[in-house]
Design a protein around this ligand. Structure first.
Ligand SMILES: Nc1ncnc2c1ncn2[C@@H]1O[C@H](COP(=O)(O)OP(=O)(O)O)[C@@H](O)[C@H]1O
Ligand SMILES: [Mg+2]
Length: 225
């Protein structure tokens, strides 16, 4: 199995004045290509911090992060954003769609302009909206879509640059259970195409379809199974 991420002794300590918060402590973790990894744990256990480190949105205080074999623990902001745009897609609890743009435009807009022509971006956006089952809603604005449909648009948007990894923080957090289960199935299906999905969740449905579940408590891994 090929390794997408390797974390070695990763710790994250936040300092606010004289107050130190240990958000993550000595995390050792490998994440494999095409797997669906769930991250669970009580509120404040470090789930989002871990996801932000995987997404190169934050740097570890100690330890190393390797992505596709490359040490990405000490990159500059511009190097990190360059790698992010080529390798990583994000899905959030709040869908963060641009309200005045259509579903198609929201997806199209996310394609990194430098590398793809306008025409290609539109074609890819259409294909992705089909993939997430929204061909009939391309021209609707977010307010004209249900929560589940908005999250599908957000997933299509996250895939527009063909990332190898999809990072999702509570992707079903605001959805009812039936809609949430559909989103989980969609994420699950993406792994069949070789996308690695890492999803933070409180939802047992999300964790139950995962290949492995990492349980955090107080910033430490308590189990991986
Ligand atoms: N930017 C920050 N500054 C200071 N403390 C933070 C920051 N982000 C998170 N924390 C703290 O780190 C711990 C882990 O937070 P987080 O990763 O958001 O947990 P979770 O996502 O599991 O709820 C919490 O105690 C939180 O208060
Ligand atoms: Mg969180």
């Amino acid at each position: 199995m090929s390794t997408v991420y390797e974390l070695v002794e990763v710790s994250k300590i936040y300092r606010l004045g004289s107050v130190e918060t240990i958000a993550l402590m000595d995390i050792n973790l490998k994440i494999y290509r095409g797997e669906y990894l769930a991250i669970v744990g009580p509120s404040g256990s470090g789930k989002s911090t871990l996801l932000n480190i995987l997404g190169l949105l934050d740097k570890p205080s100690r330890g190393k992060v390797f992505l596709e074999g490359k040490d990405v623990s000490g990159l500059s902001d511009s190097e990190a954003s360059n790698i992010r745009s080529r390798h990583i897609g994000f899905v959030f609890q709040m869908f963060n769609l641009v309200p005045w743009l259509s579903a198609l435009e929201n997806v199209e807009l996310a394609s990194s302009i430098a590398r793809v022509s306008r025409k290609e971006a539109k074609k890819r956006a259409r294909e992705l909206l089909e993939l997430v089952g929204l061909s009939h809603r391309m021209h609707h604005r977010p307010s004209q879509l249900s929560g589940g449909e908005q999250q599908r648009v957000a997933i299509a948007r996250a895939l527009v640059n063909n990332p190898s990894v999809l990072l999702a923080d509570e992707p079903t957090g605001t959805l009812d259970s039936v809609t949430g289960a559909q989103i989980v199935r969609l994420l699950r299906d993406l792994t069949k195409q070789g996308v690695t999905v890492v999803a933070v969740t409180h939802n047992p449905d999300v964790a139950s379809v995962a290949d492995r579940t990492v349980k955090l408590r107080d910033g430490r891994v308590v189990s991986i199974e």
